[in-house]
Design a protein around this ligand. Structure first.
Ligand code: ZN
Length: 942
């Protein structure tokens, strides 16, 4: 079978029959699914495939379930990567030229790629071609690209930002941004070679006053722990700087000075002082009556914060262990002439109450993880995170915080209050660091800079956060365990710079020197899909804010709207029918920005009934067990995959590679062989069926219903790997066993198994399923079929267990064959267990519910008159049965069991090609009959 030919054939049929071009249909429930539009500066590759296949499989599944499904797709071109790449092509930069050549372009084409718009014109249709080639069920009428290149979309984004501004969500002001000193500009996520998702983080600078009025300054993320401060640490070997800022003299490490300057601190350097010269001094803090010593710490890194820290040993494991180390180290105390008595008297000060732990969480965690030394970095890092998470959400302030009015209040509720109070007193200042290393595309490490005229989305706004939580609370998440992370991100997000000066995009409508950046113009465009195919036919000049207000905000049609009422009403029907988004799926790395922005912007702009209903998040693809990377050369492009493995093989291989938020693995070996396996499985359905109602037919029906039920549950959850295991592998086992047991004369149920298999496989291997659907059913398309229903009442556990009994008996006979060396037996005797054992096992089963004490169980058994006479045997076998839990799952009667085996007599004869006899153990005087137990007969070969 030529798989690629089949694929072309069915893709044409789907296209010609407009199978995936849904229309508004009030009689049908709808389901809108989206995959984030990819950035079109390259061909799509295996990394995209997993995420998009999750949307694809779910789309086809929901369609089979009777939904009117819409899966639209657009292309993203906003931001500077394309502009930068075009610029580098213009410069014929070596690295960029290599990238172009690796993509298959020759020198004659370079000229064209100097123009950024050419990238869009070129890659949008090429990406579409690849998506079509893999058989995605996209409604291509609704495709579009972003930026001002597309004036219709440009109008929509302008409207979005006008709405955000009206609502007070966009603000202008001083703002810490990730900055490139070389480019003299902000470094957006897309413009980084390292550090995507890293952002700026606010530190509090605590100023501790010395005797001479100057301050030693430490940096902390935890202003809330101030009442537990026991000392300040400086590095005795470090040279510190005296600087004057804002009328105060500060002592800080050298690296922080440049950082402070970029953050609008005016600084004059006043000389140096060695860390060792500060040791032993007492310093004071104006709030909380704090007077503490300065102690030495050689572990301090002057590149981090100010190069000076203060210590809170009750709530920082690092601080506690450092304190213990110095208290034990007489040599160091002597070396720096410190007052030993005084240092050794320092004790952690309890400041929080933590449920089940109390006031000294640092000690608790050191004990828990048995940390003895400052050098156990991994464990200490782990503790740091765990401890912070625990105290932040669970602990409350103790009575030391009465002057803040916070006693009994949770840390997460009081932290901000303390910070604001300290700021007001002038006891602290603010300072920003990056959350992690960021390197700009120009390879310069990024820094933090405060810019004063930055437009930002104020995701830190409490009311806005509340709405976002409300939306999240009503949403289904795939998987549910992503919820914690969403909640965290909603709480943690703060101001987000939403404009840039460079790149492609939409201009900020009220301040056109700015372009809206790429994570901000991609938050509500799923609404645009609902009307995209119609809006494209309009003159963009007709589109104004009043039109979009009518469309999306339920404002009345007014004279200011230039689009005809009829047309506008048609479009509005589309929006109202298709919206909200039912499923948006993306990589888990986008939870921290895109997916959460998607929530925020929806709640800011739309009525509640249009808020998103579901989000999926998935892991990152590995290829044959290895991380995907350009340098490893394993970032297979979609087009190469399809060429090498076929579309269906690629589709099922990637979804079989993983699920939930685990990283899926692409297994080339699986991809190479899967299609021929599917083919031979589907070919095995080519059988004549008969009318029959044998036990084996009922078993097959039970199994079919069970598999449908379990597969449906997995599909609903987007647990596609588990679904594939059921639908492909378990269905195959069912089919094989059923055909063997019926000697290739299956009953009518076989056709149901066949149809259900092909339908349920079709979300994964859509093309080959159409081919076999045509062959066997020849009625309509499998894409339009109905997902099989299951009938719970047909799932018969008893019959299934009987069938397993047959299966294990066959296995047992085979192993007896091997052990006895009788390769071609003349006779097989199957001995059904003696009848007293049925009573015995039933009794043991009920006793086990109450106790596992062998003595008690034996005593109860011996109280049964009917069992007494088997006392010797019972006292021998019971301990073994209880300890290994070897109680048969199903205990019927000898008669019932014999009947089951009798029904399968032909099968046994056929399998072992000899005479087979089934007899009751009660009637067979042979010691072997004692080996039989209910559900597991004894076997004699002759
Ligand atoms: Zn740069």
């Amino acid at each position: 079978m030529n798989q690629r030919e089949i694929e072309k054939k069915w893709q044409k049929v789907w296209n010609d029959k407009k199978v995936f071009e849904p229309e508004v249909d009030g009689n049908k429930p709808k389901f809108l699914l989206t995959f984030p539009y990819p950035y079109i500066n390259a061909f799509p590759h295996i990394g995209h495939l997993y995420t998009i296949m999750r949307v694809e499989a779910f789309t086809r599944y929901k369609k089979l379930k009777g939904f009117n499904v819409l899966f639209p797709q657009g292309w993203h071109a906003t931001g500077s990567p394309i502009v930068n790449a075009a610029e580098r092509v213009k410069d014929r930069e070596e690295k960029q030229i290599k990238i172009m050549k690796d993509m298959g372009f020759d020198d004659s084409e370079m000229k064209k790629f100097e123009n950024p718009e050419y990238w869009i014109d070129y890659f949008a249709p090429e990406c579409e071609k690849d998506y079509r080639d893999i058989g995605l069920s996209i409604d291509w009428r609704r495709k579009f690209t972003t930026t001002s290149v597309n004036p219709h979309y440009d109008k929509f984004i302008r409207w979005q930002f006008n709405k955000l501004k009206e609502g007070g969500f966009v603000k202008k002001g001083k703002f810490p941004v990730v900055w490139c000193e070389k480019d003299n500009g902000a470094v957006g996520d897309h413009a980084r070679v390292e550090g995507e998702g890293e952002t700026t983080q606010e530190f509090c600078l605590f100023k501790f006053k010395r005797g001479d009025g100057s301050f030693v300054v430490s940096a902390t993320l935890r202003p809330d722990t101030l009442m537990g401060i026991t000392n300040v640490y400086v590095n005795p070997k470090e040279e510190y700087f005296k600087i004057e800022t804002n009328g105060e003299t500060w002592i800080v490490g050298n690296p922080v000075i440049e950082k402070l300057k970029r953050q609008e601190y005016e600084i004059e350097e006043k000389g140096k002082i060695f860390g060792k010269d500060l040791l032993g001094e007492d310093v004071t803090f104006p709030v909380g009556n704090i007077k503490i010593p300065i102690l030495p710490a050689t572990f301090l890194d002057s590149n981090y914060g100010t190069g000076i820290v203060h210590s809170v040993p009750s709530d920082s494991a690092d601080d506690l262990i450092a304190l213990q180390n110095i208290q034990e180290n007489d040599k160091v105390l002597d070396e720096f002439g410190l007052d030993k008595e005084k240092v050794k008297a320092i004790k952690p000060i309890e400041i929080f109450n933590t449920p089940e732990i109390g006031g000294n969480s640092a000690q608790y965690f050191l004990d828990k993880y048995k940390v003895k030394s400052q050098n156990q970095r991994d464990l200490l890092e782990k503790i740091k995170k765990e401890l912070y998470k625990l105290t932040f959400t669970q602990s409350t302030f103790n009575e030391k915080y009465s002057e803040f009015d916070l006693v009994g209040i949770k840390i997460e509720e009081g932290q901000e209050k303390i910070k604001n109070q300290l700021l007001k007193n002038g006891a602290i200042n603010l300072f920003y660091e990056l959350t992690g290393k960021v390197v700009c595309r120009c390879l310069t490490p990024s820094v933090v800079k405060i810019v004063s005229d930055q437009w930002f989305l104020d995701y830190g706004d409490e009311n806005w956060k509340e709405l976002a939580h409300k939306c999240l609370n009503n949403m289904k998440l795939y998987p549910e365990k992503a919820r914690q992370q969403f909640n965290y991100v909603i709480d943690w997000l703060h101001k987000w710079a939403c404009t840039r000066e460079e790149g492609l995009g939409t201009r900020l409508p009220w301040d056109e020197k700015w372009l809206i950046e790429s994570l901000s113009d991609s938050t509500i465009y799923m609404a645009y899909y609902t009307i995209a195919h119609i809006i494209q036919t309009l003159n963009p000049n007709e589109l104004n804010d009043e039109f979009f207000d009518y469309m999306f905000k339920n404002m009345p049609y007014s004279d200011n709207i230039k689009v005809s009422k009829e047309k506008a009403e048609d479009m509005k029907k589309e929006f109202e029918y298709w919206y909200p988004v039912d499923f948006r799926n993306s990589g888990k790395d986008l939870i921290q920005n895109h997916l959460t922005f998607f929530i925020f912007n929806h709640v800011a702009i739309f009525d509640e009934k249009y808020w998103p209903k579901g989000i999926g998040a998935n892991g990152w693809v590995t290829v044959d067990g290895e991380k995907m990377s350009k340098s490893k050369g394993n970032m297979i492009s979609l087009r190469d995959m399809v060429k090498e493995f076929s579309a269906d093989a690629s589709r099922i291989t990637i979804l079989n590679g993983g699920e939930s938020m685990d990283d899926p693995n692409w297994d080339s070996g699986f991809a190479k062989t899967i299609m021929s396996k599917i083919e031979s499985f589907f070919d095995s359905f080519d059988k004549t069926t008969i009318e029959s109602d044998r036990t084996i037919d009922r078993w097959a029906e039970s199994e079919l219903n069970r598999i449908i039920k379990e597969s449906t549950e997995y599909m609903e959850d987007t647990s596609f790997r588990s679904a594939i295991q059921k639908i492909f592998f378990e269905m195959q086992n069912l089919t094989k066993w059923y055909l063997a047991r019926t000697n290739n004369t299956p009953g009518k149920i076989f056709e149901k198994i066949r149809d259900a298999t092909i339908i349920m496989m079709s979300p994964f291997t859509a093309h080959i399923c159409e081919e076999y659907w045509e062959k066997y059913v020849n009625q309509g398309l499998v894409a339009d079929a109905a997902w099989p229903e299951f009938d719970e009442s047909k799932i018969d556990l008893e019959i299934d267990l009987f069938e397993k009994t047959i299966e294990t008996t066959v296995k047992d006979i085979n192993s007896v064959k091997k052990l006895s060396g009788i390769d071609k037996p003349k006779k097989v005797t199957i001995i059904i267990s003696k009848s007293w054992k049925y009573e015995y096992f039933n009794k043991v089963k009920s006793l086990l519910v109450e106790t596992r004490n062998i003595g008690d169980i034996l005593k109860s058994l011996m109280n049964e008159d009917s069992l007494k006479k088997y006392g010797q045997e019972i006292s021998k076998m019971t301990p073994k049965i209880v300890s290994t839990n070897r109680v048969p799952q199903i205990i019927t009667s000898p008669e019932k069991e014999k009947e089951i085996f009798n029904q399968s007599l032909d099968y046994f004869k056929e399998t072992f090609k000899c005479h087979v006899e089934i007899i009751f153990g009660d009637e067979f005087d042979n010691p072997k009959s004692n080996n039989a137990i209910p559900g597991k007969p004894a076997i004699i070969l002759e």
